[in-house]
Every structure is written in structure tokens, then in C-alpha cells.
Design a protein around this ligand. Structure first.
Ligand code: ASP
Length: 553
């Protein structure tokens, strides 16, 4: 210690006393580290600085949590001090990678393919079916702007305006209340083209993803496979199938049709009546009884669907409440159709096609999670299973009132060319030119070829969807001025990046995300404003009594 010159001991004291995360300025001589002492894990690991002077530019006060990635901290605390959490190497990596991907996308679209980056307004007006839009008060009494769910109308208007290849990193807003892993504001890579068909958009997006995908997570193989909506529903019980593993839904109606059970016969006699099953490989070894019970319970509570289980015993015989109704021949047929092996568990459902498929599709995913939690290797974490889902129905019955129809995508989606006539006779049967892009079971994009004929657009809005077309009169009128055929797509950037970095939540790829309840926990938004501030907007808040009390305190 005595041999250390005074200046050096001052530097040492200063640096060792400065709290972690303080900002210091050190001057000195940069030299190579002694041989063998290099640290290949650090970008600056080959050198060191022989410090001569040091100065603390800013002390860091006691941290609310340690920045190190491996230290678990509550998400609420991380969000409250988001600027500190951003210092973690994980968030640094995620945000830098996000920026690189977006830069490559810009390059591909604008430099290689002649797209034009156009900003569209975020203060607009309510659109049909826009119940999920945020309202913004205006100074005109009773009038409100809406924050658009997407630039849909503007991108179509840009095509009419002759900007035949549009793209935008677009901020979108949806007031969906608290839904896990949804954000009230989120970002889309929004694209529209004139004189394009479905295949044209699909090839563009495949090229775009291939070009912008980070090398260390690639390669992206194109073209992506494609599946119709009907196939996706029948085989996977969802319109966003995770095709990284099997366990597909199998139709066993023919096998069960001969079963002497009144209820089964009755269901199968209806037009949409069906019997289907999934086979969980090695389910008897990997799943506990309580797992099976909770799977069945979930189907009942979420889908109102009863599930029966069938277990293949070590001697190859079947154990199930059902077996006493099944003859030997039917049992072997079931084993064969479902390709059952010893210790496999089959979950079986009888009922309406859509409900049975949806319930089994959900059980398929839940049982995959359970198998993996118990140690089975089912899905390769590095695998990239892109999938186009196509031929969606143009309209679906409204959930709250099935006798009315709503658009499966949005009201501007064009009918399938082969089904256009059905639009006027039986709209429920019309397929659409809507396509979704799915990656490993998550929807990462969706789009459609649009209606470019004003009359057809008016018919869809007024006669099929029973919407007031007046709010869209500007778009309907624009379609009458020589609108070119056009179509487009939007990719959900947050979800896409979270899949690339392997993060379970989109909050991990957004610099300043909102909480589960849509709040900014750092700045405390949304916040109260005074009655005086509300006056120019002609708004008066009528407070529920409890909140008046809470506000006073
Ligand atoms: N605007 C649509 C959406 O946000 C995407 C599209 O049709 O291009 O889902």
C-alpha cells in the first residue's frame, strides 16, 4: 500500500467508495492487459486503464433493485423504475435488436422495393365497430376524436391518392381494458399496395422477414406453408395453430357412430354434430391425475364441453368409462385411428363441431405445456414454424348475438372471387381474401385484399353488417374516383420481436410499456385533471362517492 503514490490511492478510494451505478470520469493510460488476464467476455476485455485522476460526475442513490439480470424483481417495481430496468442487459439487447430489425425492414421496403414511408394521423374519428377506440375530447361541445386502432382507412386512401406502395411503423391504439399481454398502444409494420393479389402480399412479407430476421436467430425458410381456416379449425381447433408438434385433432365420428349410446347417436345426427379426440403421447406417464382433471374442468368451464379420457394400459387394453360401450372391434379401431401407444391418453369430445374443436385445440396446447413442464421435449425452442392461414369466412356470427354478422377481419375485406355472388344470397357462406400470418402458434400479422368498388362496400356495410355507412362517406366517395384494386397487411411488431428474442411478454420489448391494467406505473398515467382544465372540453366528471373520498385523501 505504501508504494502506491498518493494520487493513486485517492483514485482508488474515490472509485471504491462511489456507489454502484454512479457516473465517473477516469483519465489515465490505456494499455494491454497482462498476458493471460484478458477477459474475452467483455468488449473491452483486452485493455485496462492505468487511472491517474478520477472524478464522480454523479452519485447514484440507493437502488430500488439490483440491475443484474439474474436477480428477480417484481414487474410493478421494474415498471415504476423503468429507466433503471432499461439498463439490464436483457432490455438493452431487446431494444437494440428491435431497432436493427426495423432498420432492415425500412431498407427492404423503401430501398429495395420502392415503398414510401407515410405518417398518418392519430387524431381521427370513430369508425364502425370501433367500440375499442380511445376517445379524445375536442373543444367543440360533444365532439370527440378517436385514436385509430390502425391506419386502415388512411392506407386505403393513400392507394386512391396514387402512393401505390405505402409503409409505416404505425402506432395503434385499442382500449381493450385489462387483457394479459395486450398493450393499449402498440406498433404495427403497416403495409398497403395497389394492383396486388394475396400471393403478392405473401411473397413480399416472406422476403421482408427473411431479409430483416437477425442472423443469429435464422435462417427463415420461404415460402411459408399455407392452411385454410377450416383445416386449421378442424385439425388444431384454432385459427393460429402451433405446428411445431403433432397431437392433431382426429375425427372419430365414424367409429363412435356405431356406439349404442343414445346421447352420442343423437349428437351425431345433427349437421354439425361430431366426435373428435386428441392423443397425448405418454400422457399416463407424464401427467398426474389432477392434471387430467384440471384439463377436463377447463374444457367444461371455458367451452361448456364435456371431455372423456381413454388411457392405453401397458397390456394394450383401454381404460375408460367408455370402454363398456365399445366392442372389441371398435376399441381396436379407436387405437388404430388415433395411433395410440401404451401409456398414451386420449381426450375425447362429442358435440358441436366448432365447440368440440375449440375445446380440444385449447386442451392440446395446455397438455403440451404440462408434458413439457414434466420434462418431455416436444417443441424445439429454436424452431420457426411460419404459417399462412387463408380462406377465412368473410363474416362470423356476433358472439353476443349470433343472429347478426360481423366481419371476421374488418369491413373493408374483399370476398373470395369465387364466392362474390354468395355475398348477395348467403353472406354466411362467403370466404374472404383475408390472410393471417402465424409464427409458432402466435398471430404475428393479418391483412386482406380490399373491396375497391363503392357499391359493394356500401352493400357490406349497410345490408350485411347493418352499420351506419354515413361515418364512412369519405371512404365510400373516394372509392368512386377510380380507386385501384389494392390490398395490404399489418405485422404486429411487438409480438414479432418478443418471439425473436424468446420473451414471454411483449412488455419486454417495449421501452415504456403500460401495466396489465393499462397504467403507466412510472409517470402514473392516466391521471386526474382539474375541473378548470376540463371546462374548454365541455366535460363534467360525475364522481362516484367512493372516488371523491379517495381523491380528497
Ligand atoms: N388494419 C388491419 C389490422 O390492424 C391490417 C390490414 O388489414 O392491413 O389488423
Amino acid at each position: 500500500m505504501d508504494s502506491v503514490p498518493k494520487a493513486h490511492s485517492h483514485v482508488r478510494n474515490l472509485l471504491s467508495n462511489a456507489p454502484v451505478e454512479s457516473v465517473v470520469r477516469v483519465t489515465g493510460i490505456v494499455s494491454s492487459r497482462p498476458p493471460g488476464q484478458e477477459n474475452p467476455k467483455m468488449p473491452t476485455g483486452d485493455i485496462e486503464v492505468k487511472a491517474e485522476t478520477a472524478e464522480v460526475l454523479n452519485f447514484c442513490k440507493k437502488l430500488p433493485f439490483e440491475i443484474k439480470d439474474f436477480i428477480k424483481k417484481s414487474e410493478a417495481l421494474r415498471m415504476q423504475y423503468r429507466y433503471l430496468d432499461l439498463r439490464s442487459s436483457q432490455l438493452q439487447y431487446n431494444l437494440r435488436l428491435r431497432s436493427q430489425v426495423v432498420m432492415r425492414m425500412r431498407e427492404y421496403l423503401c430501398n429495395h422495393h420502392g415503398f414510401v414511408d407515410v405518417e398518418t394521423p392519430t387524431l381521427f374519428k370513430r369508425t364502425p365497430g370501433g367500440a375499442k377506440e380511445f376517445l379524445v375530447p375536442s373543444r367543440e361541445a360533444g365532439k370527440f376524436y378517436s385514436l385509430p386502432q390502425s391506419p386502415q382507412q388512411f392506407k386505403q386512401l393513400l392507394m386512391i391518392g396514387g402512393l401505390d406502395r405505402y409503409f409505416q411503423v404505425a402506432r395503434c391504439y385499442r382500449d381493450e381494458g385489462s387483457r394479459p399481454d395486450r398493450q393499449p398502444e402498440f406498433t404495427q409494420i403497416d403495409i398497403e399496395m395497389s394492383f396486388v393479389d394475396q400471393a403478392g402480399i405473401q411473397r413480399l412479407i416472406e422476403g421482408l422477414l427473411q431479409y430483416s430476421w437477425p442472423e443469429e436467430r435464422g435462417p427463415v425458410m420461404t415460402p411459408f406453408p399455407s392452411m385454410t381456416y377450416d383445416e386449421a379449425l378442424a385439425d388444431y381447433g384454432t385459427d393460429k395453430p402451433d405446428t411445431r408438434f403433432g397431437m392433431k385433432i382426429v375425427d372419430i365420428s365414424d367409429t363412435l357412430r356405431r356406439l349404442d349410446v343414445g346421447f352420442v347417436q343423437n349428437v351425431l345426427s345433427y349437421p354439425h354434430g361430431t366426435a373428435k379426440a386428441i392423443c397425448i403421447p405418454q400422457g399416463a406417464r407424464y401427467l398426474k391425475n389432477k392434471d387430467l382433471e384440471s384439463l377436463k374442468e377447463a374444457a367444461k368451464s371455458q367451452f361448456k364441453q364435456e371431455i372423456m379420457d381413454v388411457i392405453c394400459r401397458p397390456d394394450g387394453s383401454l381404460k375408460s368409462l367408455l370402454t363398456r360401450f365399445l366392442g372389441e372391434e371398435q376399441q381396436s379401431e379407436l387405437i388404430r385411428v388415433l395411433n395410440m401407444q401404451v401409456d398414451d391418453v386420449v381426450l375425447l369430445a362429442v358435440g358441436d363441431h366448432k365447440r368440440v374443436c375449440s375445446a380440444l385445440g385449447s386442451l392440446r396446447l395446455e397438455s403440451a405445456d404440462l408434458l413439457e413442464a414434466a420434462g418431455m421435449v416436444l417443441r424445439d425452442p429454436a424452431a420457426l414454424h411460419f404459417l399462412w392461414v387463408v380462406d377465412f369466412p368473410l363474416f362470423l356470427p356476433k358472439e353476443e348475438n349470433p343472429s347478426e354478422l360481423e366481419s371476421a377481419h374488418h369491413p373493408f375485406t374483399a370476398p373470395h372471387p369465387l364466392d362474390t355472388n354468395l355475398l348477395y344470397s348467403d353472406p354466411t357462406k362467403v370466404r374472404s381474401q383475408h390472410y393471417d400470418l402465424v409464427l409458432n402458434g402466435s398471430e404475428i400479422g393479418g391483412g386482406s385484399i380490399r373491396i375497391h368498388n363503392a357499391e359493394q362496400q356500401r352493400f357490406v356495410l349497410e345490408k350485411v353488417l347493418k352499420e351506419d355507412s354515413e361515418v364512412l362517406s369519405h371512404l365510400l366517395e373516394a372509392l368512386e374516383f377510380g380507386a385501384p384494386p389494392h390490398g395490404g397487411i399489418a405485422l404486429g411488431l411487438d409480438r414479432l420481436i418478443s418471439l425473436i428474442v424468446g420473451s414471454p411478454s411483449i412488455r419486454d420489448v417495449i421501452a415504456f410499456p403500460k401495466s396489465f391494467k393499462g397504467r403507466d406505473l412510472m409517470g402514473n398515467a392516466p391521471d386526474y385533471v382539474t375541473p378548470e382544465e376540463l371546462e374548454p372540453y365541455h366535460i363534467h366528471v360525475s364522481w362516484p362517492a367512493a372516488e371523491t373520498e379517495a381523491k380528497k385523501n
